[in-house]
Design a protein around this ligand. Sequence first.
Ligand code: ZN
Ligand code: ZN
Length: 600
Amino acid sequence: MKKIIILIFVTTILCSCNSNSKKAESEISSQNKDAQFNAYKEQFVLLLWKLYPNWASGQGFHNYDSVLIIPNEAQRNLELAFSKNNLDSLKNYPLTTLSNNNKTDYYMIENQLKSIEWSINNLKSYEWNPSDYNVCGVFAEMLNNNYDSLDVRLHNFGLKLKNVQAYYEEAKKQIKNPTIEHTELAISQNLGGASVFTDDVKNALLKSKLPAAEKKQIETSANQSFEAVNNFAKWLKEYKNTSPRSFRLGKELYAQKFVFDIQSGYSAYQIYQKAIEHKKDLHQKMFILANELWEKYIHNPEKLTVGGKGFIKKPTDTLALIKQVIDVLSLHHVSADSFQIAIEQQIPVLVNFIKKKNLIFIDSTKPLVVRKEPAYMAGLAGASISSPGPYDKNGNTYYNVGSFGGWDKQRTESYLREYNHYILQILNIHEAIPGHYTQLIYANQSPSIIKAIFGNGAMVEGWAVYTERMMLENGYPNLTSNESSKEMWLMYYKWNLRTTCNTILDYGVHVNNLSKEDGINLLTKQAFQQQAEAEGKWRRVSLSQVQLCSYFTGYTEIYDFREALKKQQGEKFNLKQFHEQFLSYGSAPVKYIKELMTKN
Ligand code: ZN
Ligand code: ZN
């Protein structure tokens, strides 16, 4: 019935403009398709949340908080059917009838659906990655996050608990030849999070006003869940893993995962080649700078910083020379007490520089709130941006700054040297302005639930990494010249080497069988990282795949695109305009932004 009414309505509109040109007609049917696609998207997201309740909770959609899905083949079949149905539905919306915003949303939905199919049919991490099975985090979130009253959250917590035992029983049935690394991770993460079912929930129940009987019921189910988690960990420890899968993904799966996760115009192999070339280029540029700065900082008898006294022999090895200069420059850093103040004072300096140099419009009505990191983030890395989720539009965006709470002197000093005078400025460019924070403000101007949920990590990180170089190319922090200092460039190159080597490491490990020894050597010797940082990175690369490439890939795509446009437009190229138009499409994959920017 409803369909008929809509059809009649559409026909009347079309008839009333018979006298107009054909173009007007197609514009109206286009507007119509666009409106229909908007409605489709809303339906799509609601179905998505029904299928993935934990994901929904994480995004701030709490209607399905009480549901815990059992991971098994029946569930995977539901997911496959969902993908197939929606890939069919997408065919009803020809791309030519959609607005730019909806075009990119269309691509991103399509990619997500194909990625679901590929993950189930090809990647099959539900067999080899036991750390896929862990409910502790989603339960902890219900206790710690104040999105609703404690009693409402506890009530849902109690309902959700009922499936925990069945959840872990099914998990055991799915696991086949898991990797040793992901098995160990699953054990430590499950045991580490299990207190949510003992002390944490008991403390919450003390504060709750739920009926005593319900409280008792929740406590009983929680105890059973605690046991289920422990049993699962025990089962994993005793698992007879006669032929464990390697944590290395292998060439074919890696190339496919790269396509879905990054959505780049380049292939994984192309990006790997570009990273290797870029590393060579960085080393050459760093040597030239370090060679000059060596005379200024190390050979200068007035300013003997390394060794303290006497003549220092210039290293013949270029990497050793670069390292000496980096080490000396790293001594220039703020004190732990003034770390946050230094960041706060940087923000207006960055805004002023961007205005004076005409680099991009910064909306001054939405200032960034710099704050000490909240307790639940304590101990994490120095600085990060927290932005409100898609269902919390009025929330603040924060720049969280670490407080060194509980750190000993040595660790603090090492951190301060890492985030020295130079790198701290680059970090602020990346995290805040014109990096992540500025990108976020632009993304909010073309709101899209799809981009809020499936936002392209390579574009988001790539933009932040791109702005680091862009600021230095414009002379940062010098307002009167377009020459940034040699010190700034050298330290920037060191910072950029990290991103570059993340890509080389990731591809090397998963595709080329790079050994741990060679991987650590790459990071410490060729990218000047500390041993501890390199060890941490090795752990990350053995547990994740492709994600470490997103920074370099996005950066390379944006930079290459800008250079190509510059060449093509010559005198007419306007950097400010380029930045503003680029960001106006929201957090979409760079290849689609490129397509839209060059078509119009
Ligand atoms: Zn110091
Ligand atoms: Zn970032």
